[in-house]
Ligand binder design. Structure first.
Ligand code: SF4
Length: 453
Protein backbone atom coordinates (compact mmCIF):
# COMPACT_ATOMS: atom_id res chain seq x y z
CA UNK A 1 0.00 0.00 0.00
CA UNK A 2 1.34 3.39 -0.92
CA UNK A 3 0.87 6.73 0.79
CA UNK A 4 1.61 10.17 -0.59
CA UNK A 5 4.45 11.85 1.23
CA UNK A 6 2.40 14.97 2.04
CA UNK A 7 -0.34 12.87 3.52
CA UNK A 8 2.22 10.80 5.36
CA UNK A 9 3.81 13.86 6.89
CA UNK A 10 0.40 15.09 7.94
CA UNK A 11 -0.19 11.77 9.65
CA UNK A 12 3.11 12.14 11.41
CA UNK A 13 2.07 15.57 12.63
CA UNK A 14 -1.13 14.30 14.14
CA UNK A 15 0.21 12.33 17.13
CA UNK A 16 2.84 14.97 17.76
CA UNK A 17 0.20 17.68 18.00
CA UNK A 18 -1.76 15.51 20.39
CA UNK A 19 1.24 15.54 22.68
CA UNK A 20 1.63 19.24 22.27
CA UNK A 21 4.83 18.71 20.33
CA UNK A 22 4.89 19.67 16.73
CA UNK A 23 7.12 20.79 13.96
CA UNK A 24 6.30 22.48 10.67
CA UNK A 25 7.15 19.38 8.75
CA UNK A 26 5.93 16.91 11.28
CA UNK A 27 9.34 15.92 12.67
CA UNK A 28 9.36 15.16 16.38
CA UNK A 29 10.79 18.17 18.19
CA UNK A 30 12.96 16.05 20.42
CA UNK A 31 14.95 15.27 17.32
CA UNK A 32 15.71 18.94 16.85
CA UNK A 33 15.32 20.93 13.67
CA UNK A 34 15.21 18.94 10.47
CA UNK A 35 18.60 18.16 9.08
CA UNK A 36 19.54 19.05 5.54
CA UNK A 37 19.13 15.39 4.75
CA UNK A 38 15.64 15.38 6.21
CA UNK A 39 14.69 18.46 4.21
CA UNK A 40 16.12 16.89 1.08
CA UNK A 41 14.01 13.86 1.83
CA UNK A 42 10.89 16.00 1.97
CA UNK A 43 11.58 17.36 -1.45
CA UNK A 44 12.90 14.37 -3.27
CA UNK A 45 10.81 11.44 -2.08
CA UNK A 46 7.32 11.34 -3.50
CA UNK A 47 5.85 8.08 -2.35
CA UNK A 48 6.73 5.37 0.12
CA UNK A 49 5.09 2.54 1.95
CA UNK A 50 3.08 2.80 5.13
CA UNK A 51 4.96 1.28 7.99
CA UNK A 52 8.33 1.98 6.46
CA UNK A 53 11.21 2.98 8.68
CA UNK A 54 14.51 4.40 7.57
CA UNK A 55 17.36 6.60 8.74
CA UNK A 56 18.01 10.18 7.68
CA UNK A 57 21.01 12.11 8.95
CA UNK A 58 21.36 9.76 11.88
CA UNK A 59 17.68 10.12 12.78
CA UNK A 60 15.44 7.10 12.69
CA UNK A 61 12.23 7.80 10.81
CA UNK A 62 9.05 5.80 11.22
CA UNK A 63 5.60 6.00 9.74
CA UNK A 64 2.81 5.16 12.16
CA UNK A 65 0.37 2.96 10.30
CA UNK A 66 -2.35 3.04 12.94
CA UNK A 67 -2.76 6.80 12.57
CA UNK A 68 -4.43 6.37 9.20
CA UNK A 69 -8.04 5.99 10.39
CA UNK A 70 -7.81 9.06 12.60
CA UNK A 71 -6.42 11.28 9.85
CA UNK A 72 -8.61 10.10 6.99
CA UNK A 73 -11.96 9.18 8.47
CA UNK A 74 -13.76 6.25 6.92
CA UNK A 75 -16.32 7.32 4.38
CA UNK A 76 -14.74 10.70 3.85
CA UNK A 77 -14.64 10.06 0.12
CA UNK A 78 -12.10 11.04 -2.47
CA UNK A 79 -12.85 14.71 -2.13
CA UNK A 80 -10.94 14.90 1.12
CA UNK A 81 -7.77 13.14 0.01
CA UNK A 82 -5.05 15.64 -0.75
CA UNK A 83 -3.65 13.47 -3.53
CA UNK A 84 -6.81 13.97 -5.56
CA UNK A 85 -6.41 17.72 -5.41
CA UNK A 86 -2.72 17.77 -6.28
CA UNK A 87 -3.30 16.22 -9.69
CA UNK A 88 -5.75 18.96 -10.73
CA UNK A 89 -4.76 22.22 -12.45
CA UNK A 90 -4.60 25.46 -10.44
CA UNK A 91 -7.44 27.20 -12.29
CA UNK A 92 -9.86 24.36 -11.58
CA UNK A 93 -9.63 25.22 -7.89
CA UNK A 94 -10.99 28.78 -8.22
CA UNK A 95 -14.69 27.91 -8.15
CA UNK A 96 -14.25 25.33 -5.45
CA UNK A 97 -12.34 27.71 -3.19
CA UNK A 98 -14.86 30.51 -3.78
CA UNK A 99 -17.82 28.23 -3.03
CA UNK A 100 -16.20 26.72 0.04
CA UNK A 101 -15.25 30.18 1.27
CA UNK A 102 -18.83 31.42 0.86
CA UNK A 103 -20.25 28.37 2.59
CA UNK A 104 -17.99 28.74 5.60
CA UNK A 105 -19.04 32.38 6.01
CA UNK A 106 -18.10 34.19 9.20
CA UNK A 107 -16.91 31.02 10.92
CA UNK A 108 -13.68 31.27 8.95
CA UNK A 109 -11.16 33.96 8.19
CA UNK A 110 -8.49 33.68 5.50
CA UNK A 111 -5.26 35.57 6.10
CA UNK A 112 -2.78 36.05 3.25
CA UNK A 113 0.80 37.21 3.53
CA UNK A 114 2.06 39.62 0.88
CA UNK A 115 4.48 37.01 -0.45
CA UNK A 116 1.74 34.53 -1.31
CA UNK A 117 1.13 33.60 -4.90
CA UNK A 118 -1.72 35.38 -6.74
CA UNK A 119 -3.82 32.24 -7.16
CA UNK A 120 -4.09 32.02 -3.38
CA UNK A 121 -3.95 35.58 -2.05
CA UNK A 122 -6.92 36.63 -4.16
CA UNK A 123 -9.12 34.67 -1.74
CA UNK A 124 -7.72 36.25 1.42
CA UNK A 125 -10.06 38.30 3.61
CA UNK A 126 -7.05 40.25 4.83
CA UNK A 127 -3.58 40.66 3.39
CA UNK A 128 -0.57 42.08 5.13
CA UNK A 129 2.85 41.56 6.61
CA UNK A 130 3.33 39.35 9.63
CA UNK A 131 2.73 42.23 12.07
CA UNK A 132 -0.56 43.29 10.51
CA UNK A 133 -1.76 39.71 10.20
CA UNK A 134 -0.86 38.89 13.79
CA UNK A 135 -2.93 41.86 14.96
CA UNK A 136 -5.88 40.70 12.88
CA UNK A 137 -5.48 37.16 14.22
CA UNK A 138 -5.53 38.55 17.76
CA UNK A 139 -8.75 40.47 17.12
CA UNK A 140 -10.89 38.15 15.04
CA UNK A 141 -13.74 36.12 16.50
CA UNK A 142 -13.76 33.63 13.63
CA UNK A 143 -13.60 30.04 14.79
CA UNK A 144 -11.18 28.99 12.07
CA UNK A 145 -8.15 30.98 10.95
CA UNK A 146 -6.80 29.66 7.67
CA UNK A 147 -3.32 31.11 7.42
CA UNK A 148 -1.91 31.42 3.92
CA UNK A 149 1.58 32.15 5.08
CA UNK A 150 4.28 30.09 6.73
CA UNK A 151 4.46 28.01 9.86
CA UNK A 152 5.72 30.61 12.35
CA UNK A 153 2.87 32.94 11.36
CA UNK A 154 0.28 30.24 11.99
CA UNK A 155 1.93 29.49 15.32
CA UNK A 156 1.70 33.15 16.31
CA UNK A 157 -1.96 33.20 15.32
CA UNK A 158 -2.56 30.19 17.55
CA UNK A 159 -0.72 31.85 20.43
CA UNK A 160 -2.70 35.08 20.05
CA UNK A 161 -6.01 33.40 19.29
CA UNK A 162 -8.94 32.98 21.65
CA UNK A 163 -10.09 29.82 23.37
CA UNK A 164 -11.82 27.55 20.87
CA UNK A 165 -10.20 29.07 17.78
CA UNK A 166 -8.31 26.76 15.47
CA UNK A 167 -5.53 27.75 13.12
CA UNK A 168 -4.95 25.90 9.86
CA UNK A 169 -1.86 25.99 7.67
CA UNK A 170 -2.92 24.52 4.32
CA UNK A 171 0.49 22.91 3.76
CA UNK A 172 2.67 21.87 6.69
CA UNK A 173 5.70 22.14 4.44
CA UNK A 174 5.34 25.91 4.37
CA UNK A 175 8.13 26.66 6.80
CA UNK A 176 10.71 29.44 6.83
CA UNK A 177 14.40 28.88 6.26
CA UNK A 178 15.24 31.79 8.54
CA UNK A 179 13.13 30.50 11.44
CA UNK A 180 14.83 27.11 11.06
CA UNK A 181 18.22 28.76 11.61
CA UNK A 182 17.59 29.28 15.32
CA UNK A 183 16.82 26.03 17.05
CA UNK A 184 15.77 26.27 20.69
CA UNK A 185 18.55 24.02 22.01
CA UNK A 186 21.13 26.19 20.23
CA UNK A 187 19.67 29.34 21.72
CA UNK A 188 19.60 27.81 25.20
CA UNK A 189 23.25 26.79 24.80
CA UNK A 190 24.12 30.33 23.74
CA UNK A 191 22.35 31.80 26.77
CA UNK A 192 24.09 29.39 29.14
CA UNK A 193 27.48 30.33 27.74
CA UNK A 194 26.70 34.03 28.13
CA UNK A 195 25.46 33.35 31.65
CA UNK A 196 28.76 31.72 32.57
CA UNK A 197 30.51 34.81 31.27
CA UNK A 198 28.32 37.02 33.41
CA UNK A 199 26.80 38.68 30.35
CA UNK A 200 23.12 37.92 30.88
CA UNK A 201 22.59 40.33 33.79
CA UNK A 202 21.35 43.12 31.57
CA UNK A 203 20.86 41.16 28.35
CA UNK A 204 17.42 41.39 26.73
CA UNK A 205 16.55 38.60 24.25
CA UNK A 206 14.57 39.88 21.32
CA UNK A 207 13.34 37.77 18.48
CA UNK A 208 12.05 38.60 15.06
CA UNK A 209 8.55 37.32 14.37
CA UNK A 210 10.18 34.88 11.94
CA UNK A 211 11.07 32.36 14.63
CA UNK A 212 9.48 29.35 16.26
CA UNK A 213 7.06 29.69 19.15
CA UNK A 214 9.71 28.08 21.37
CA UNK A 215 12.13 30.92 20.63
CA UNK A 216 9.42 33.50 21.28
CA UNK A 217 8.66 31.81 24.59
CA UNK A 218 12.37 31.80 25.44
CA UNK A 219 12.43 35.56 24.99
CA UNK A 220 9.20 36.15 26.87
CA UNK A 221 10.38 34.14 29.86
CA UNK A 222 13.60 36.14 30.09
CA UNK A 223 12.08 39.60 29.96
CA UNK A 224 12.28 40.00 26.20
CA UNK A 225 9.85 40.39 23.35
CA UNK A 226 9.07 39.82 19.70
CA UNK A 227 9.36 42.36 16.91
CA UNK A 228 8.59 42.54 13.21
CA UNK A 229 10.28 44.60 10.53
CA UNK A 230 7.51 47.18 11.08
CA UNK A 231 8.35 47.83 14.71
CA UNK A 232 11.93 46.61 15.15
CA UNK A 233 13.23 50.04 16.14
CA UNK A 234 10.53 50.53 18.78
CA UNK A 235 11.29 47.06 20.15
CA UNK A 236 15.02 47.83 20.30
CA UNK A 237 14.28 51.05 22.18
CA UNK A 238 12.03 49.10 24.57
CA UNK A 239 14.84 46.62 25.17
CA UNK A 240 17.55 49.23 25.65
CA UNK A 241 15.36 50.96 28.23
CA UNK A 242 15.58 47.73 30.26
CA UNK A 243 19.06 46.41 29.58
CA UNK A 244 22.36 47.43 28.10
CA UNK A 245 22.70 44.61 25.57
CA UNK A 246 20.33 42.82 23.13
CA UNK A 247 20.51 39.24 21.88
CA UNK A 248 18.73 39.46 18.55
CA UNK A 249 17.32 36.31 16.92
CA UNK A 250 17.40 34.98 14.27
CA UNK A 251 17.98 37.52 11.46
CA UNK A 252 21.38 39.15 11.68
CA UNK A 253 20.52 41.59 8.88
CA UNK A 254 17.40 43.08 10.43
CA UNK A 255 19.26 43.35 13.73
CA UNK A 256 22.27 45.05 12.16
CA UNK A 257 20.21 47.41 10.03
CA UNK A 258 18.02 48.41 12.96
CA UNK A 259 20.94 48.89 15.34
CA UNK A 260 22.90 50.91 12.80
CA UNK A 261 19.92 53.17 12.11
CA UNK A 262 19.83 53.85 15.86
CA UNK A 263 23.45 55.00 15.78
CA UNK A 264 25.11 51.84 17.09
CA UNK A 265 28.40 51.25 15.26
CA UNK A 266 29.00 47.91 13.53
CA UNK A 267 31.96 47.32 15.85
CA UNK A 268 29.50 47.07 18.73
CA UNK A 269 27.52 44.30 17.06
CA UNK A 270 29.00 40.81 17.34
CA UNK A 271 27.62 37.84 15.41
CA UNK A 272 26.91 34.69 17.39
CA UNK A 273 27.45 31.72 15.11
CA UNK A 274 25.79 28.62 16.59
CA UNK A 275 27.62 26.41 14.15
CA UNK A 276 31.00 27.78 15.23
CA UNK A 277 30.14 27.11 18.85
CA UNK A 278 32.30 24.01 18.97
CA UNK A 279 35.39 25.88 17.95
CA UNK A 280 36.15 28.43 20.64
CA UNK A 281 37.05 28.52 24.30
CA UNK A 282 37.34 31.40 26.73
CA UNK A 283 39.87 31.62 29.56
CA UNK A 284 38.69 33.25 32.77
CA UNK A 285 41.51 33.15 35.28
CA UNK A 286 42.41 29.49 35.66
CA UNK A 287 39.12 28.33 34.20
CA UNK A 288 38.57 27.58 30.60
CA UNK A 289 35.02 28.09 29.46
CA UNK A 290 33.81 26.55 26.30
CA UNK A 291 33.20 25.35 23.81
CA UNK A 292 30.05 27.51 23.33
CA UNK A 293 31.40 30.91 22.41
CA UNK A 294 29.58 31.43 19.15
CA UNK A 295 32.90 31.91 17.40
CA UNK A 296 33.57 35.12 19.36
CA UNK A 297 36.21 36.22 21.81
CA UNK A 298 35.21 37.26 25.28
CA UNK A 299 36.36 40.82 24.55
CA UNK A 300 34.13 41.01 21.48
CA UNK A 301 31.13 39.71 23.38
CA UNK A 302 31.72 42.18 26.21
CA UNK A 303 32.15 45.08 23.81
CA UNK A 304 28.94 44.34 21.94
CA UNK A 305 25.69 46.12 22.51
CA UNK A 306 23.86 43.85 20.08
CA UNK A 307 24.58 40.16 19.75
CA UNK A 308 23.32 39.10 16.34
CA UNK A 309 22.31 35.52 15.74
CA UNK A 310 23.83 34.20 12.52
CA UNK A 311 20.60 33.68 10.60
CA UNK A 312 19.25 35.17 7.43
CA UNK A 313 16.46 35.03 4.89
CA UNK A 314 17.49 33.04 1.84
CA UNK A 315 15.32 35.27 -0.33
CA UNK A 316 16.50 38.69 0.83
CA UNK A 317 20.14 37.73 1.23
CA UNK A 318 20.25 37.20 -2.51
CA UNK A 319 20.25 40.94 -3.14
CA UNK A 320 23.76 42.34 -3.52
CA UNK A 321 25.25 45.85 -3.62
CA UNK A 322 26.14 45.21 -7.26
CA UNK A 323 22.42 44.86 -8.05
CA UNK A 324 21.88 48.39 -6.78
CA UNK A 325 24.78 49.67 -8.89
CA UNK A 326 23.43 47.92 -11.97
CA UNK A 327 19.89 49.30 -11.78
CA UNK A 328 21.18 52.80 -11.04
CA UNK A 329 23.50 52.63 -14.05
CA UNK A 330 20.64 51.52 -16.28
CA UNK A 331 17.94 53.82 -14.89
CA UNK A 332 19.50 57.02 -13.48
CA UNK A 333 16.28 58.26 -11.83
CA UNK A 334 15.28 55.00 -10.25
CA UNK A 335 14.59 54.75 -6.51
CA UNK A 336 15.86 51.63 -4.80
CA UNK A 337 13.76 50.47 -1.87
CA UNK A 338 14.54 47.31 0.05
CA UNK A 339 13.38 45.18 2.95
CA UNK A 340 15.61 45.33 6.08
CA UNK A 341 16.19 41.57 5.83
CA UNK A 342 18.62 42.54 3.04
CA UNK A 343 22.32 42.81 3.81
CA UNK A 344 23.56 46.00 5.47
CA UNK A 345 25.67 46.84 2.41
CA UNK A 346 22.56 46.73 0.20
CA UNK A 347 20.50 48.79 2.64
CA UNK A 348 23.24 51.41 2.79
CA UNK A 349 23.05 51.87 -0.97
CA UNK A 350 19.24 51.98 -1.06
CA UNK A 351 17.12 55.13 -1.01
CA UNK A 352 14.82 53.69 1.62
CA UNK A 353 14.19 50.51 3.53
CA UNK A 354 11.16 49.21 5.31
CA UNK A 355 8.73 46.41 6.01
CA UNK A 356 6.53 45.21 3.18
CA UNK A 357 3.75 47.50 4.42
CA UNK A 358 6.13 50.48 4.31
CA UNK A 359 7.48 49.56 0.87
CA UNK A 360 3.91 49.50 -0.43
CA UNK A 361 3.20 52.89 1.17
CA UNK A 362 6.30 54.44 -0.41
CA UNK A 363 5.10 53.38 -3.86
CA UNK A 364 1.53 54.49 -3.11
CA UNK A 365 2.68 57.96 -2.06
CA UNK A 366 5.05 58.47 -5.01
CA UNK A 367 4.01 60.77 -7.87
CA UNK A 368 3.11 59.41 -11.30
CA UNK A 369 6.15 58.70 -13.40
CA UNK A 370 8.20 57.36 -10.47
CA UNK A 371 10.30 54.28 -10.99
CA UNK A 372 11.32 51.81 -8.30
CA UNK A 373 13.58 48.80 -8.02
CA UNK A 374 12.34 46.81 -5.05
CA UNK A 375 14.40 44.36 -3.04
CA UNK A 376 11.89 41.90 -1.68
CA UNK A 377 9.99 38.74 -2.59
CA UNK A 378 9.02 38.56 -6.26
CA UNK A 379 5.27 37.99 -5.84
CA UNK A 380 4.84 41.27 -4.02
CA UNK A 381 7.02 43.11 -6.53
CA UNK A 382 5.08 41.76 -9.51
CA UNK A 383 1.76 42.54 -7.85
CA UNK A 384 2.82 46.12 -7.18
CA UNK A 385 4.07 46.46 -10.75
CA UNK A 386 0.65 45.50 -12.08
CA UNK A 387 -1.28 47.56 -9.55
CA UNK A 388 0.61 50.80 -10.12
CA UNK A 389 1.14 50.57 -13.87
CA UNK A 390 -2.16 52.38 -14.39
CA UNK A 391 -0.85 55.30 -12.33
CA UNK A 392 2.21 55.57 -14.54
CA UNK A 393 4.60 54.15 -11.95
CA UNK A 394 7.14 51.60 -13.08
CA UNK A 395 8.32 48.90 -10.74
CA UNK A 396 11.01 46.29 -11.30
CA UNK A 397 12.72 43.75 -9.09
CA UNK A 398 16.17 44.59 -7.82
CA UNK A 399 17.42 41.18 -8.96
CA UNK A 400 15.67 39.59 -11.89
CA UNK A 401 17.32 36.20 -11.48
CA UNK A 402 14.68 35.05 -9.01
CA UNK A 403 13.72 36.04 -5.47
CA UNK A 404 10.98 33.58 -4.73
CA UNK A 405 10.08 32.41 -1.25
CA UNK A 406 9.72 28.75 -2.09
CA UNK A 407 8.12 27.85 1.22
CA UNK A 408 5.39 30.48 0.90
CA UNK A 409 4.86 29.13 -2.59
CA UNK A 410 3.99 25.76 -1.14
CA UNK A 411 0.53 27.03 -0.22
CA UNK A 412 -1.13 26.13 -3.48
CA UNK A 413 -4.77 26.56 -4.58
CA UNK A 414 -5.06 22.78 -4.23
CA UNK A 415 -3.96 22.88 -0.58
CA UNK A 416 -6.31 25.76 0.13
CA UNK A 417 -9.28 24.02 -1.51
CA UNK A 418 -8.45 20.81 0.36
CA UNK A 419 -8.32 22.61 3.72
CA UNK A 420 -11.56 24.55 3.12
CA UNK A 421 -13.56 21.62 1.76
CA UNK A 422 -12.49 19.50 4.70
CA UNK A 423 -13.68 22.26 7.00
CA UNK A 424 -17.09 22.15 5.37
CA UNK A 425 -17.14 18.43 6.12
CA UNK A 426 -16.31 19.22 9.74
CA UNK A 427 -12.69 18.09 9.55
CA UNK A 428 -9.85 20.34 10.59
CA UNK A 429 -6.72 19.41 8.66
CA UNK A 430 -3.21 20.69 9.32
CA UNK A 431 -4.13 22.36 12.56
CA UNK A 432 -1.26 24.26 14.13
CA UNK A 433 -1.21 24.04 17.91
CA UNK A 434 1.40 25.40 20.23
CA UNK A 435 1.70 23.47 23.48
CA UNK A 436 0.42 25.33 26.55
CA UNK A 437 3.75 25.82 28.35
CA UNK A 438 5.29 27.37 25.24
CA UNK A 439 2.12 29.27 24.48
CA UNK A 440 2.11 31.14 27.76
CA UNK A 441 5.54 32.74 27.41
CA UNK A 442 5.25 33.19 23.65
CA UNK A 443 2.06 35.13 24.33
CA UNK A 444 3.88 37.30 26.87
CA UNK A 445 6.53 38.12 24.26
CA UNK A 446 3.92 38.79 21.54
CA UNK A 447 1.77 40.93 23.84
CA UNK A 448 4.81 43.06 24.62
CA UNK A 449 5.30 43.50 20.88
CA UNK A 450 1.70 44.59 20.39
CA UNK A 451 2.04 47.05 23.30
CA UNK A 452 5.19 48.52 21.75
CA UNK A 453 3.14 49.08 18.57
S1 SF4 B 1 10.75 35.45 2.64
FE1 SF4 B 1 12.46 34.70 3.92
S2 SF4 B 1 11.93 35.23 6.03
FE2 SF4 B 1 10.03 35.38 4.77
S3 SF4 B 1 9.09 33.36 4.98
FE3 SF4 B 1 10.35 33.29 3.12
S4 SF4 B 1 12.33 32.46 3.86
FE4 SF4 B 1 11.21 33.12 5.67
Amino acid sequence: MQLDVFEALRLRAHPIEQEGLQHPRGWPLNQGAPTAAAIAFNISVRRFSIGASWTEGGIEMNLVIDELPAAVPAGSGDACTLDDYLTLPDHSMDDRIAKARAKLGATTILLGHHYQRDEVIRFADFTGDSYKLSKIAAETDAKYIVFCGVHFMAESADVLGHEGQQVILPDLHAGCSMADMAEISQVEACWEALERLGLTESLIPLTYMNSTAAIKAFCGERGGLVCTSSNARAAFEWAFARGKRILFLPDQHLGRNTGFAMGIPLAEMAVWDPWAAQGGTIQIGQIQIGPSTGGQTRAALEASRILLWKGHCAVHQRFLPSHVDQVRAKYPNIQVIVHPECRWEVCQKADALGSTERLIKIVEDAPAGSMFAIGTEIHLVNRLARRFAAEGKRIITLDDTGCLCTTMYRISPQHLAWALENLIEGRVVNRIQVRPSVKHWARVALDRMLEVG
